[in-house]
Ligand binder design. Structure first.
Ligand code: UDP
Length: 246
């Protein structure tokens, strides 16, 4: 009889995280809209980490479909345009929910704007219960208020849900001195303080999101969501990323 090999679980650097994925990540190389192959790839990354027992909240942006402050919005009234942006995040959330469930991961979508036929409303205590039961909770419709962004929504939910860190999944592996896609001499920071990000105007996240994380001393971890396995590495405190702390 063969002895079953028990998988040795490595210690996790973070137990409960909120992962913010911008809408732009989901459009892949299309330039607009939702690229289902990219959604699937991101879902695989998330699923791998959820299977380790990490409690995961997701906030997905909507910039791949609509932004309140954009050319597409023309001279629309700002609040209405922002509501359209929030609705765009719900579409992305449903696409991500579907992709995660195909990976066998239980999920719930909670929206800051009630739409009962589509998903649950945001109820903090209920969201916590979902996490405890091993479900991935996807927060949709941002903060539910215009004049905000999903970065701020991510920071708000990370604080409300008592997350150990706010993970920002981008297309590069951290915060650089300049845009690494345009400037070959750009260097990546390993660590930054909240104040350095704000004073150097590094634009990794909105200033309001960074401030909220600073007030609540929740680290912001910036990493590449487009690199297979990167999320898993960072969750264990390895790999390439920038961490923003006090
Ligand atoms: N939005 C909003 N309030 C929020 C979150 C989002 O009004 O709390 C709107 C806003 O118009 C924004 C759009 O939704 O431009 C899409 O969100 P965001 O630009 O943050 O998406 P991302 O850049 O992450 O794809």
């Amino acid at each position: 009889m063969t002895t079953p090999i028990t998988e040795i679980q490595e210690p996790l650097a973070y137990k409960r995280i909120l992962l913010k994925v911008s809408g732009e990540v989901l459009m892949g190389d299309q330039g607009f809209g939702i690229d289902m192959n990219t959604v699937k790839a991101v879902a695989e990354e998330v699923a791998a980490v959820a299977r380790l027992g990490v409690e995961l909240c997701l906030v997905i942006g909507g910039g791949n479909i609509f932004r309140g402050l954009s050319k597409a919005a023309g001279d629309m009234e700002r609040s209405s345009a922002d509501y359209m942006g929030m609705l765009a995040t719900v579409m992305n959330a449903l696409a991500m929910q579907n992709a995660l469930e195909r990976q066998g991961i239980d999920t719930r979508v909670q929206s800051a704007i009630q739409m009962n036929a589509v998903c649950e409303p945001f109820v903090r205590r209920r969201a916590i219960r979902h996490l405890e039961k091993g479900r991935v909770v996807i927060f949709a419709a941002g903060t539910g208020a215009p004049y905000f962004t999903t970065d701020t929504a991510a920071a708000l939910r990370a604080a409300e849900m008592n997350c150990d860190a706010l993970f920002k999944g981008t297309s590069v592996d951290g915060v650089y001195t300049a845009d690494p896609k345009k400037d070959a001499t750009a260097e990546r920071y390993d660590n930054l303080s909240y104040l350095e990000v704000l004073s150097r105007d590094l634009r990794v996240m909105d200033a309001s999101a960074v401030s909220l994380m600073r007030e609540n001393t929740i680290p912001i971890v910036v990493f590449s969501i487009r690199t297979p396995g990167a999320l898993n590495e960072v969750i264990h405190g390895r790999g390439t990323y920038t961490v923003i702390t006090q």
